[in-house]
Write a new protein. Structure first.
Length: 295
């Protein structure tokens, strides 16, 4: 049972003989009541403080719990972020390594292609330079050769003169005609001698015994023989003329062919000179413009 200040103040005691002084007891009770009231007030204050402290403690406990849960959530989030960041970093590193390998391989292939192309260009440049040097040497050999100098010699140019060529050709044709006439004349004389010999043999073989009347037929035979020989001479001359005319025609055709060949050769020579000049110009131009690589 808890005493209250009023109960202590209103408490009455029985009086006995030689008991305590009632005034002192009352004074003392007043003091006790005052202290007790004070203690009760303090106790109430303490209770209030305790309740407030409990409320605060509960708040802080809840706050601690929420903070702990937040810390746990933050820790979990941090772990997840760390894990995701690690995975992303690993993925980025893997992609970067793969891209670096690809770039290295591509650069290596490009370098190999460049080296291969450089070697091919060096070889082709060397081959082109060799061909160019060979062509220049050949052109120099052609230009400095005796045949090239003889080609532009005045005596050779005079030989290719059309008037001189016509004169020489006519002279050769006349010589050929004279030679053919001599050959045909020799053949005609040989045939004439053979015919006379054969005719004399036949006349001797077929002649009858000598009689006084035989002279006249013999004279007639001789005349006939002379007429026959004259006819044969005329025929041989006609054949000679007939043989000479085709030869002259052949010579004329050959003369025309030679003239055509000379014209074609002159045109070809002019074309060759033109091409040689163009090649010299192109070679000089290329020599000026192109700088070939050195091995």
């Amino acid at each position: 049972m808890v005493l209250t200040p009023n109960e202590i103040l209103n408490k009455e005691f029985n009086s006995k003989f030689r008991g305590y002084d009632s005034d002192q007891v009352n004074d003392y009770l007043d003091i006790i009541v005052a202290d007790f009231e004070k203690m009760i007030a303090e106790n109430n204050e303490l209770k209030k403080d305790l309740a407030a402290s409990k409320e605060k403690n509960e708040y802080f406990a809840q706050l601690q719990d929420s903070l702990n849960s937040s810390i746990v959530v933050a820790q979990e989030a941090a772990d997840r972020l760390k894990q995701n960041a690690r995975k992303e970093a690993e993925l980025i590193l893997f992609e970067a390594e793969r891209e670096a390998d690809r770039m290295i391989n591509s650069a290596s292939d490009t370098a190999k292609n460049i080296v291969t192309e450089s070697d091919a260009l060096r070889r082709s440049s060397k081959s082109y330079r060799n061909k160019l040097e060979q062509m220049i040497r050949q052109q120099l050999e052609v230009v400095t050769s005796e045949e090239y100098h003889r080609l532009f010699d005045e005596e050779i140019e005079s030989q290719f003169n059309p008037d001189h060529f016509h004169e020489a050709t006519n002279q050769r044709v006349n010589q050929r005609v004279d030679r053919l006439e001599e050959e045909n004349s020799a053949d005609f004389n040989a045939a004439h001698e053979i015919t006379n010999d054969r005719f004399v043999e036949e006349e001797i073989k077929n002649a009858p015994a000598p009689t006084p009347e035989v002279d006249y037929p013999a004279t007639i035979g001789v005349a006939d023989h002379e007429d026959t020989e004259a006819t044969r001479v005329d025929l041989n001359r006609d054949e000679l003329l007939n043989n000479v005319e085709p030869e002259e025609q052949e010579v004329d055709s050959r003369h025309a062919e030679l003239e055509a060949m000379i014209d074609e050769e002159a045109q070809a020579e002019a074309e060759r000179e033109k091409r040689a000049a163009q090649r010299r110009e192109s070679v000089l131009g290329q020599t000026i413009r192109i700088e070939l690589p050195k091995d």
